[in-house]
Design a protein. Structure first.
Length: 102
């Protein structure tokens, strides 16, 4: 079974682990961390969290694409795509778990 954790679950779990800290403080901290990460990427920066991974932008040039329905040429503008590269510890943990589940 696949587990999904969203931002509020993440805040609740972190709040439970930090018993001495009010949930509102945990909520503000998580939201601030995410805002810092977004702001760094928006300014073409890189976010590295050792043991977890790094976030950066991959830039795609403008190009001419095709509308699959009509075959008409369409201008596709340049864009930046957020990219996550897992760190070694995360890759190993995920692969070790996958090996144990086989």
């Amino acid at each position: 079974m696949r587990q999904v954790i969203n931002k509020s679950d993440f805040i609740d779990n972190l709040g439970a682990a930090c018993e001495q800290m009010p949930e509102s403080t945990v909520d503000q901290g998580v939201r601030h961390i995410l805002t810092l990460m977004v702001d760094t990427l928006v300014n073409d920066g890189r976010v590295e969290i050792r043991g977890f991974g790094s976030f950066c932008l991959h830039h795609r040039d403008a190009r001419v694409g095709r509308n699959p329905k009509t075959g008409e040429s369409v201008e596709v503008p340049a864009k930046a795509i957020p990219h996550f590269k897992p760190g070694k510890a995360l890759r190993e943990a995920v692969n070790d778990n996958a090996d144990n589940n086989d």
